[in-house]
Design a protein around this ligand. Sequence first.
Ligand SMILES: [Cu+2]
Length: 127
Amino acid sequence: MHKWIMFVVFAAASLLGVYLLTTQLPGKPVDEAASLPPGVTLMKVEASADFVFDQKEYKVKKGEKVKLKLINKSGVHGLAIPELGIELKDDKLEQEVTFDKPGTYEMHCAVMCGVGHANMKSVLIVE
Ligand SMILES: [Cu+2]
């Protein structure tokens, strides 16, 4: 007799289910580079427990605005580029920098992280 009511209730429940499924799904991972202000490039430096940065050389272009970011994949490290007065460590692991002088700059770990600390070096090349 009240079949149509059952149908309406069922349809409403289904719609609600679909609605919840589509809205409650976890969001996509945020693309960090996309959240940067225009004109700023992201330069990620990853430090790991083997006392190395993920690259031997990092390259940036002269005049480029760069968000320098240190990621400690394991261990606690820092990043220093003494000639440019840059030091990232502790709570401060990122900084926006504009490199105006071409050259090759030594970068090294800024936190005494263990036996390999002294060899934890890479270079930054400003082209
Ligand atoms: Cu270190």
